[in-house]
Design a protein. Structure first.
Length: 131
């Protein structure tokens, strides 16, 4: 199981992104694995489509492509603790927490700080230079 970060999804969907080729390779390599997407990450991925006027289409495409995880009542407490401990921005904390909570094998990201904190917690990272 993989947890998707916004940076990977954006790179995957945008052929002009500097990480697009790597994102595509990761997508092909993980085609037979479940890829989880947290609703907070989904919201981040939908900002640009909202600005472009294609929000509904983009939301439907992402919901079809990824398994959207359920929000749980204890998440804010875990996020606050993990944010205080790691120094990550809240959206990255959500990705890391999702991976830890769901026993994912890896996170797909191009974010170096998230990569570092994920590796520190024993997760593999797909997409980073620290692979």
């Amino acid at each position: 199981m993989i947890v998707a970060d916004t940076s990977w999804i954006v790179a995957l969907r945008d052929p002009k992104d500097t990480h697009h080729t790597d994102a595509t390779v990761i997508d092909e390599a993980t085609a037979f694995e479940d890829v989880l997407l947290h609703p907070v990450t989904l919201a981040e991925c939908l900002v640009a489509p909202a600005l472009l006027g294609v929000l509904d289409e983009a939301a439907a495409t992402l919901r079809a492509a990824f398994e959207i995880v359920e929000f749980d009542d204890d998440a804010p407490v875990r996020w606050a603790s993990l944010r205080a401990e790691s120094g990550l921005r809240l959206p990255d904390v959500v990705v890391l927490d999702t991976a830890l909570r769901h026993s994912a094998r890896a996170i797909a990201t191009f974010d170096d700080r998230l990569t570092s904190r994920a590796v520190d917690r024993g997760l593999d990272v797909l997409g980073s230079a620290r692979r």
